[in-house]
Design a protein around this ligand. Structure first.
Ligand SMILES: [Zn+2]
Length: 127
């Protein structure tokens, strides 16, 4: 079980964290607070997507490559699961709500641009 970032009770089950994304949120069974993971975690997802894109785009896919790919995917999922913190998802009535929403939007846009540019550069230079 994971600690709720609001009431500090161990109320978040392992599986619910596993299926959490920055957009998805769950309710703490103790305090009813909405819990999510930070938008910053998108940066890690993107690095992984770019890596996967580079790995899978080449025509030569051999057993060695597939093995490396599976191994790294497992490591990435584990690290993500282990180290991404849980955060309180603010509601409209909270004072910091607008700031959180704006920051999330900026992160979202920068992630999108970064992914798009990286894939464009990779494709263009045939890396
Ligand atoms: Zn709680």
């Amino acid at each position: 079980m994971f600690k709720c970032p609001n009431c500090k009770n161990k109320s978040i089950s392992k599986w619910s964290k596993f299926f959490l994304g920055p957009i998805r949120s769950i309710k703490c069974s103790q305090c009813g607070c909405r819990i999510s993971i930070p938008y910053k975690s998108l940066y890690w997802m993107i690095l992984y997507i770019i890596f996967a894109f580079v790995m899978l785009k080449s025509i030569i896919i051999n057993q060695y490559k597939i093995l490396v790919f599976i191994l790294l995917t497992t490591i990435v999922i584990y690290l993500f699961y282990r180290f991404i913190p849980l955060v309180v998802k603010l509601e409209r009535k909270d004072t910091e709500y607008k700031v959180q929403k704006r920051n999330n939007l900026l992160i979202g846009i920068s992630c999108f641009l970064f992914t798009f540019l990286s894939i464009f550069i990779i494709t263009k230079n045939n890396l």
